[in-house]
Write a protein that binds this ligand. Structure first.
Ligand code: DX5
Ligand code: ZN
Length: 212
């Protein structure tokens, strides 16, 4: 079964309560929260303080995608703010084992992310400990970019060669037009920002993503 994770990066933060209510009613399975530090990626978003506020607005699981250089320091803070799962990039300058431990000790599930240019085998030592692997299908930093189909070949490698049986999430350029290919490759969590929030009927897009 595929899960749909609307990315709030494309939502209207001035009316976040209504935006969350609409995607909840529309059938969202989790909320994807994009955290950027202006160093790991050339954009800035929000920190644990906002996650804490969002936590109070919804019962949906919060999926925090950390695009930051120091996930060991900040990952646990997002867990404490109410994230259910915290993922961080293997490309960040961090000790992944220690970071996974620290996030879990702070009360969230932990997972790891690969950029378009990073092979899935980079994750091998930590895969047994990842509750989720996020495969980026754009270079991280901004919503509304074009889907990169060439990243999909990593998913069968994760599943078959590396024996990874946990959640595989795909993020970037996912729409009803690209979701089918991502699912066929083996992704079971689909993130979508602009496809959902730029549409007048969010529920219809969530449904179309599920059916794709
Ligand atoms: C990009 C973020 C994505 C982004 C997706 O760096 O990680 O989650 O919000 O937006 P779309 O679906 O518009 O590509
Ligand atoms: Zn993301």
């Amino acid at each position: 079964v595929v899960k749909i994770a609307p990315s709030l990066l494309s939502a209207d933060f001035g009316r976040l309560r209504e935006e969350i209510a609409e995607v909840t009613k529309g059938g969202a399975d989790l909320l994807h929260l994009d955290v950027m530090d202006g160093h790991f990626v050339p954009n800035l978003t929000f920190g644990p303080f906002i996650v804490e506020a969002i936590r109070k607005l919804t019962k949906l699981p919060l999926d925090c995608h950390l695009m930051i250089e120091d996930p060991l320091t900040y990952g646990p803070q997002f867990a404490k703010a109410g994230a259910d799962i915290v993922t961080f990039h293997v490309e960040a300058e961090a000790d992944p084992g220690k970071t996974l431990d620290a996030i879990e000790a702070a009360g969230a599930r932990a997972g790891m992310v690969v950029n378009p240019g990073t092979g899935p085998e980079r994750l091998r030592p930590w895969l047994p400990r990842c509750a989720m692997v996020l495969v980026m299908s754009v270079w991280p930093g901004f919503s509304g970019q074009k889907f990169m189909p060439e990243v999909l070949e990593k998913i069968p490698v994760l599943r078959d060669e590396l024996g990874y049986a946990g959640d595989v999430e795909i993020d970037g350029g996912i729409s009803p037009a690209t979701a089918g290919a991502a699912k066929a490759a083996g992704a079971n969590v689909l993130v979508a920002g602009s496809a959902i929030f730029k549409a007048p009927d969010r529920g219809a897009v969530i449904h179309a993503l599920r059916q794709a």
